[in-house]
Design a protein around this ligand. Structure first.
Ligand code: LLP
Length: 431
């Protein structure tokens, strides 16, 4: 199977985290997001242990909570000793409402408003990742007004191609995030930040992209960042104490996708940073990374009920389910691949279908050209695997469809982490 938590039991039922999909669908209805909390914890521990082994106490993994943000997730992160990366007051508020410690929250974003900045300073979050000079000035003013000194990291664009798809490529020079090292722009950015008395410049941040498989991408990034750190030390006398290398490790959506040995990658990366900083005569910085997808993706599965099957001789066949682009827009946005399983798993004749949703547009495709039982029918259950990252967090209410619940599976038990949206929820904001 694609992931250890997906299997069939002795009677052939599809199970996720050891629990029968059919039973969960009966109990909670469909469409249904399932989240394997044990898997999330195991992924956090993998990062924590790898960081401890490779960097000792001088490192912390942050969970990039844009991948999946709701209260339970932040509780798990607190219990697992992770920091969190947030990108909006909404994510910060959710974390705080979950009892997540403010000082372990990092706040990102290229378009923070005055209200966002005021809110986050007031909330006492640990660190701003400042994207640009405009934000720097606003933050300086706000921190001063509130009488605090705000810790910041400065987002730098190293000029790296992460070899991933365009929408998530953020490391090249010509992107909307951060300040490029090119043309001394980043040098001036740091100089400006250092002149601001209400800001404590702890170090630098960069993030080159998501779904990164290429081994050398992080190493190349380190080369660019360390040489910039050296330039800062030589020209401004500034020593970078913290270095945040962002998120981005890719995950397997298909059996044929590559597996990344993340602990091994982190060990190699640590060695590389040690070498490069030594060569540059710089101290080893405190290391941060911000994995999102690799923490939650394989902890998720979405279960649907088939509404309609259309066999169209000479044309495409369709399986239409009770969810769609509203709960998973990733095929529509990125042509993302997914593994789709039929609950019965029967070995009979298969046919090729497009798995599509119930929204009123033909672009509402979950996955095209997949093999499913030829006799698939209304009422059958379909599971889409590896949906823990960027599914619930990117869900919408298009067509006034309520978002599915998120049900947590832990130690053989299940519980609702986010309840299903009701028809009344859908007009709760309307005046
Ligand atoms: N740090 C920063 C600054 C980021 O922008 C991101 C992701 C991460 C960390 C986490 O990256 P990860 O480890 O999850 O790859 N909606 C897209 C993904 C967008 C990623 C945006 N930034 C998708 O569904 O594929």
């Amino acid at each position: 199977m694609l992931s250890e938590n997906i299997e069939r039991n002795e009677v052939g039922e599809l199970c996720f985290a050891g629990q029968s999909i059919r039973r969960l669908a009966e109990q909670y209805g469909t469409p249904l997001y399932l989240m394997d909390a044990d898997r999330i914890r195991a992924n956090c521990r993998m990062y924590r242990n790898a960081f401890r082994e490779s960097f000792g106490e001088k490192a912390l993994p942050l969970y990039a909570s844009k991948a999946a943000s709701f209260r339970q997730i932040y509780r798990i992160m607190a219990e697992e000793g992770m920091g969190v990366d947030t990108v909006s007051p909404g994510e910060i508020h959710t974390a705080l409402r979950a009892g997540f410690p403010a000082e372990k929250i990092w706040f990102h974003g290229d378009g923070k408003t005055d209200e966002d900045i005021r809110y986050a300073v007031r909330a006492g979050i640990g660190c701003f990742v400042v994207d640009n000079e405009t934000e720097l000035a606003c933050l300086q003013a706000e921190a001063k007004a509130q009488g605090i000194r705000q810790k910041v990291l400065l987002r730098i664009t190293p000029g790296i191609d992460p070899h991933t798809y365009e929408a998530v490529n953020t490391g090249m020079v010509d992107v909307k995030f951060g300040v490029p090292i090119a043309e001394e722009q980043a040098l001036h950015f740091v100089e400006k930040a250092l002149s601001m008395d209400a800001l404590e410049v702890a170090g630098l941040h960069c993030h080159v992209g998501s779904m990164v498989f290429d081994e050398m991408v992080f190493e190349d990034t380190v080369d660019h960042m360390v040489s910039f750190m050296k330039e800062l030390r030589d020209t401004l006398g500034y020593e970078t104490k913290e270095l945040n290398l962002g998120g981005g490790y890719g995950v397997r959506y298909l059996e044929t996708d590559k597996t990344i040995d993340i602990p091994a990658r982190i060990r190699a990366l640590a060695e590389h940073i040690r070498q490069r900083t030594e060569e540059a005569g710089l101290p080893m910085p405190f290391l941060l990374m911000e994995p999102g997808r690799s923490i939650v993706a394989d902890a998720g599965m979405t279960v649907y009920t088939v509404s309609t099957v259309k066999h169209q001789p000479g044309f495409k066949n369709y399986v239409i389910v009770d969810g769609g682009m509203t709960d998973n827009p990733r095929y529509c946005l990125y042509k993302a691949s997914y593994t789709v399983l039929h609950e019965s798993g029967h070995e009979g004749k298969k046919e090729t279908f497009d798995l599509v949703g119930r929204c009123c547009e033909s672009g509402d495709i979950l996955q095209p050209g997949i093999k499913l039982p030829a006799d698939i029918k209304r009422g059958d259950l379909i599971a889409v695997c590896i949906t823990g990252a960027y599914n619930y967090s990117m869900a919408s209410n298009y067509n006034r469809l309520g978002r599915p619940p998120v049900v947590m599976l832990e130690q053989g038990e299940s519980s609702v982490a986010v309840r299903r949206e009701t028809l009344d929820d859908l007009c709760a904001m309307d005046l």
